[in-house]
Design a binder for this molecule. Sequence first.
Ligand SMILES: Nc1ncnc2c1ncn2[C@@H]1O[C@H](COP(=O)(O)OP(=O)(O)OP(=O)(O)O)[C@@H](O)[C@H]1O
Ligand SMILES: [Mg+2]
Length: 239
Amino acid sequence: MLDAALLSIDGLCVAYDGSNALNGVSLQIRRGELICVVGANGAGKTSLIRSISGIVPSSGGVVKMNGVDIAGMPPWEICERGIAQVAEGRQIFGGLSVEHNLLLGGSLKRAKATRLETLEFVYRLFERLRERRRQLAGTLSGGEQQMLAIGRAIMANPDIVMFDEPSIGLSPALTDVMFGVVKRLHEEGITVLLVEQNVAKSLALSSRGYVLENGSIVLQGSSSELLSNTEIQRAYLGM
Ligand SMILES: Nc1ncnc2c1ncn2[C@@H]1O[C@H](COP(=O)(O)OP(=O)(O)OP(=O)(O)O)[C@@H](O)[C@H]1O
Ligand SMILES: [Mg+2]
């Protein structure tokens, strides 16, 4: 057990209609860490993020944020406790402007007082969003929508941001931009849980990683250990 884990998950289970998507997942993140959970399609990555954020109910296990069990709390309360997510598929409000989407992200109690400063921080991070702040979010390109989803998560003034495959559907160049943004946020002091299929790039960015297969953690270790593991090289890195 790591001491002073910011987020500590023990034996987390998720089932849909009786079939298990997560079978007792345990992981810990200390404040200031950037860790990754990697796994193939259907491994349970999105289920993990959605159950931590309270969108999908868990069927067992404990999720502690700052020592408090948050399993079973509604999603808004989990956001107020400092956990934000950048969802797979972006989930922005297409009929609202870019700026309106961002301000909504900053409407939590924990974020309100500083939201104009945070908005400026987001615009400095993504000048593209500043230029397009009055545009309807639904008319943004895929990459711009991903920037907006990240910006909205930052607006919540989170202690930890969970990214669900931030590179999915992006060109290699934009993928590098997104991973650069994740790194930058971490350097700003935000704790990051990165969930990805891009095993090489996410292990290169993180200090530790977990490998999720069929709803179970099958391997964990420092990212350099995992990168030099021959099974991982064969199964995920095409070596
Ligand atoms: N709402 C749901 N109802 C029923 N089954 C679901 C539901 N959501 C996910 N599943 C199933 O749970 C398993 C894990 O899915 P999940 O979306 O968590 O995987 P993932 O690792 O995020 O995959 P991907 O990389 O394709 O996004 C899959 O078998 C999926 O079909
Ligand atoms: Mg997924």
